[in-house]
Ligand binder design. Structure first.
Ligand SMILES: NC(=O)c1ccc[n+]([C@@H]2O[C@H](COP(=O)([O-])OP(=O)(O)OC[C@H]3O[C@@H](n4cnc5c(N)ncnc54)[C@H](O)[C@@H]3O)[C@@H](O)[C@H]2O)c1
Ligand SMILES: [Zn+2]
Length: 368
């Protein structure tokens, strides 16, 4: 499923999800392969290039690669941040596409983090009932998580990610050079998901993540392989359960309490990865109390999170009641349960609904 290319620094992974079969390129300078992939998989298509304002220079490189091949490019820039994941922004982009003659045979190119990936992905899934999609993720979080798996969508004022579709890309180019401009805080946020994969995957991967030096350097040896390991894990899980009827829910480790904290604190205060940092600690505590997982895993995870500047303590003004209420509103929770993921030890994962409420409360309180 994965093979390093001749230089060893780049990796090619294949996603096989439902009927979709798509390459994921990971490594430095991979944007240079965009033109070749386009010719192979999207020949003749025009590009609706949707990018985040913060990655203008990088989006410009993508545009240059396409234009130099004679590909017509329609540019759309969206403001940075979660505030762009709205139905209004979806409408604005679709109208630009219509006004510029983007048709079914054309393709959306998403250049940015998870926000642009989710929004542009949903444009691709819904415009003219679906056109093709290419992801060029530019955050660590988007590389290890949102750009593979096919979930796309926007937020409602009532709740995050409430309107969307599952839509797989034609290919994904993860150019690690794009991470050079990513603020350290965002790199750490992505690393929270990397730590999650370590817990989900195996003791070996957990120990590898544990040994990873801080501060994070996306150009360091082995960073590309680390991203690949996360991508392979996610593709493997999603390949078995695209629509989250079972196994895919394991990827929500740390997200039940994490989403609750994100919402209760007011979106933006804790970035997603920071809320997941706290959520992982709560989940590991709950696993200890309910299935007897060794506390060692919580302790060691806490050390890793702290080393990478991720929060291990919850602000006192974010009330437990508000977190619980937000957890219950989360669409991943069924009416009566919290749907938590438990790790017995790295690589041994259980999907358990409904841990006792008092155990969940104590796990949140412990974060203070
Ligand atoms: N579809 C999925 O499966 C999935 C999975 C996880 C998260 N998500 C979604 O992803 C979003 C979070 O993604 P994110 O953390 O990438 O956030 P983001 O897209 O908001 O990016 C974070 C910040 O970094 C900036 N940025 C992006 N790339 C940059 C670069 N290379 N250099 C400098 N700045 C850069 C952005 O402008 C933004 O300010 C959320 O909306 C979440 O719901 C989706
Ligand atoms: Zn996440």
């Amino acid at each position: 499923m994965t093979s390093p290319d001749e230089h060893g620094a780049h990796h090619l992974v294949w996603g096989e999800i439902g009927d979709a079969h798509f390459p994921v390129l990971i490594g430095p300078s991979q944007i240079d392969r965009l033109g070749q992939l386009w010719d192979e998989r999207l020949e003749g298509a025009a590009a609706l290039l949707i990018s985040d304002a913060a990655v203008a220079a990088y989006a410009g490189r993508a545009r240059d690669v396409l234009v130099s091949r004679g590909i017509r490019v329609v540019d759309v820039v969206v403001p940075s941040g979660e505030g762009s994941k709205t139905l209004a922004e979806l409408e604005r982009i679709c109208r630009i596409a219509a006004q510029n003659g983007i048709r079914r045979a054309d393709a959306v190119v998403a250049v940015g983090g998870g926000v642009v990936g989710d929004l542009a992905g949903f444009v691709a899934a819904s415009y003219q009932r679906g056109i093709r999609l290419v992801h060029l993720p530019t955050t660590l979080l988007a590389m290890v998580d949102s750009a593979v798996g096919g979930k796309t969508g926007v937020d409602l004022p009532e709740a995050k990610n409430y309107v969307g579709a599952i839509w797989q890309p034609e290919f994904v180019v993860m150019d690690t050079d794009s991470l050079a401009t990513l603020p350290a805080r965002e790199l750490s946020c992505g690393f929270a998901e990397v730590i999650k994969y370590g817990l989900l995957n195996s003791y070996e991967m957990f120990a590898h993540v544990e040994a990873w030096p801080a501060p994070l350097d996306p150009a360091a040896d082995g960073f590309v392989a680390l991203i690949r390991d996360c991508v392979v894990h996610k593709l493997n899980v999603v390949g078995q359960d695209e629509r989250e009827t079972g196994l895919r829910a394991s990827l929500n480790l740390g997200h039940t309490v994490g989403h609750g904290i994100e919402a209760a604190a007011g979106y933006g205060r804790y970035h997603h990865g920071e809320a997941i940092s706290l959520g992982l600690l709560a989940a590991l505590r709950v696993a200890h109390e309910t299935i007897g997982a060794a506390l060692e895993w919580r302790d060691r995870t806490l050390q890793i999170l702290a080393r990478h500047g991720l929060p291990t303590q919850l602000a006192s003004d974010v009330s437990t009641a508000a977190i619980l209420e937000a957890m219950q509103r989360d669409k991943k929770a069924s009416a009566s349960s919290f749907n938590m993921v438990f790790v017995q030890e790295p690589g041994a994962v259980l999907l358990r609904q409904d841990p006792p409420r008092d155990v969940v409360i104590a796990a949140i309180e412990e974060l203070r």
